[in-house]
Design a protein around this ligand. Structure first.
Ligand code: A3P
Length: 288
């Protein structure tokens, strides 16, 4: 299928047409948030699925059933995805756990009225790029990425799903009323998952014993989480997501870009990064 067939351009952003129909995008636009909703927000390939594992475990006090009985896309649904309207989110008890890939400026009006809690997860864009490159080779609903260099230019120009990584991250870093938004990085989660789980629990005002936090962090380690069929996308048909080419939970490490990007590509990436991020006043782990 061609790019024009695979992607819809929605308010200037490319979104995969099969996952995001006009009806599902309208559902997102008209969604009524509650003040106590918890929303996981990410640019794709930044640790969404990982956070969709951590948050239900936190909110259930560490109950494994919270992540073993329902697939991640139903347990913490993407509001803009085609299935969202079928999950009867309006009837779900509070606090609801939700997900979106949209930038701050594209959140629906109700979001700005009630300002629910947001966990915004960021990841080194060079690793986002690598993860995305492999993912695009497996997903039949995404455009074939072509050669790596070609995809790199598309990525840096924002001509990929959900637009530019730079614009996305900046939109959520510059969000107003930051006290209802927690910014955390994939790299911080890699470095000390127990600490990250503890901080998320604190942000969500969920008081948990240190042993429970430790158990949650252990369950969510890459090697353990990838065995969870409700989170590793193994129940998705091969025709949709061909994990024989590359698993969804692929490597789960920081700095895989060092294995994938030739020096010239990494240097080009850095030069664009430096220019696009020059107005950002935030210390990322990967810049230190
Ligand atoms: P890699 O392709 O680099 O392995 P998303 O869920 O936003 O699409 O992000 C997918 C990325 O998060 C993949 O990165 C995946 O392996 C990684 N990931 C998922 N669960 C993880 C975990 N428990 N620990 C570390 N990385 C994880």
């Amino acid at each position: 299928m061609t790019e024009a067939e695979l992607y819809t351009v929605y308010k200037g952003l490319r979104v995969p047409s099969l996952l995001h129909t006009p009806k599902s995008l309208k559902y997102f636009e008209e969604f009524t948030f509650r003040q106590d909703d918890i929303i996981i927000v990410t640019y794709p390939k930044s640790g969404t699925t990982w956070t969709q594992e951590i948050v239900p475990l936190i909110m259930s006090g560490g109950d494994p059933a919270s992540v073993e009985t329902v697939p991640n896309w139903e347990r913490v649904p993407w509001l803009e995805e085609i299935q969202a309207s079928t999950y009867n989110l309006e009837q779900r008890p509070s606090p609801r756990m939700l997900t979106t890939h949209f930038p701050y400026n594209m959140m629906p009006p109700s979001f700005f009225e009630v300002r629910p809690k947001v966990i915004y997860v960021m990841r080194n864009p060079k690793d986002v790029f690598v993860s995305s490159f492999f993912y695009h080779r497996t997903a039949s609903f995404l455009v074939n990425p072509g050669p790596q260099t070609e995809f790199l230019h598309k990525f840096l120009d924002g001509k990929v799903m959900f637009g530019s990584w730079f614009d996305h991250v900046k939109s959520w870093l510059n969000a107003e009323d930051k006290e209802h938004i927690m910014h955390i990085s994939y790299e911080e989660m890699i470095m000390d998952l127990k600490d990250a789980v503890g901080r998320m629990a604190q942000f969500l005002q969920k008081s948990l014993d240190p042993e429970v936090i430790e158990k949650i962090a252990d369950r969510c380690l890459f090697k353990n989480m990838r065995k969870n069929n409700m989170s590793n996308y193994s129940i998705v048909p091969l025709a949709f997501l061909d994990q024989t080419k590359s698993e969804f939970l692929r490597k789960g490490i920081a700095e895989d870009w060092k294995n994938q990007l030739p020096v010239a590509e990494a240097e080009y990436f850095d030069s664009v990064y430096k220019d696009r991020m020059k107005d950002v006043n935030y210390t990322f782990v990967w810049d230190e």
